[in-house]
Ligand binder design. Structure first.
Ligand code: ADP
Ligand code: ZN
Length: 215
């Protein structure tokens, strides 16, 4: 199954993408994760992407398309994939459709994660990530047992640069202006499914599996 996850920053797409990926046994592909890894390694891609990411703006379409084309032709995507954070613009959505149709594939569904603004802000502002194993915590909803320390590996927790309050408002603005229109793009194709993403992740997962009629 080829799925796209849509939703505002803080809507919980990343969390559900991981759960869905292990349930459906298809790869979870997140351009945000690939770019953050590039920044961490200081690769050429990371160097280009960093200023866009730290200001909460989008990385240019050309760069994202090249990166995603390379990923989606990998053999592990043959049995399906979950795209989390891509496409994010109409241009990306059109080029993705084109690319998939060239190899006789298409998107099955676009899941739109819906949460209130308050809930999204709490998720973003409270998010803390382990610098060693990438596990994520939330100060409000899933606090670590010991302040600033990872429950799993004891690594130090940090806040993502783009989860700082000043950057969050720009991410939300960019989302409304550039990403929200693609919801209509998939709605028009009859592929949009709206999901209430306020409950805890396992409840949301069950709901999704029910509407997809798997599990
Ligand atoms: P979010 O939690 O807002 O969904 P992500 O982890 O998906 O964040 O992405 C973080 C940043 O990476 C974005 O703010 C943007 O700068 C860049 N990025 C990720 N995906 C894309 C994309 N499809 N197009 C352009 N930029 C992207
Ligand atoms: Zn850890």
């Amino acid at each position: 199954m080829n799925l796209i996850l849509l939703g505002a920053p803080g809507s919980g797409k990343g969390t559900l993408a991981k759960l869905l990926s292990s349930k459906l046994r298809v790869p979870h592909i997140s351009p945000g994760d690939i770019l953050r890894e590039g920044v961490k390694q200081d690769s050429p891609l990371g160097q280009i992407a960093k200023p866009f990411m730290t200001s909460g703006s989008l990385v240019p379409d050309e760069i994202i398309m090249k990166m995603m084309e390379k990923r989606i032709i990998q053999p592990d995507c043959g049995k399906g994939f979950i795209l989390d954070g891509f496409p994010r613009t109409i241009v990306q959505a059109e080029r993705l459709d084109q690319m998939l149709s060239n190899s006789g594939r298409s998107i099955d569904f676009a899941l739109k994660f819906e949460v209130s603004d308050e809930c999204a802000l709490e998720r973003l502002g409270g998010r803390r990530i382990c610098s060693v194993c990438d596990a994520d915590f939330n100060l409000y909803t899933k606090p670590p047992k010991k302040e600033n320390v990872c429950d799993i590996c004891g690594g130090k927790l940090f806040q993502r640069a783009d989860d700082k309050e000043e950057v969050i408002s720009n991410r939300v603005k960019v989302y409304r202006e550039q990403t929200l229109p693609i919801e209509e793009y998939y709605n028009h194709q009859g592929k949009l499914i709206r999901i209430n993403s306020e409950p805890n992740p396992n409840v949301v997962l069950k709901e999704i599996l029910k509407v997809l009629e798997v599990g």
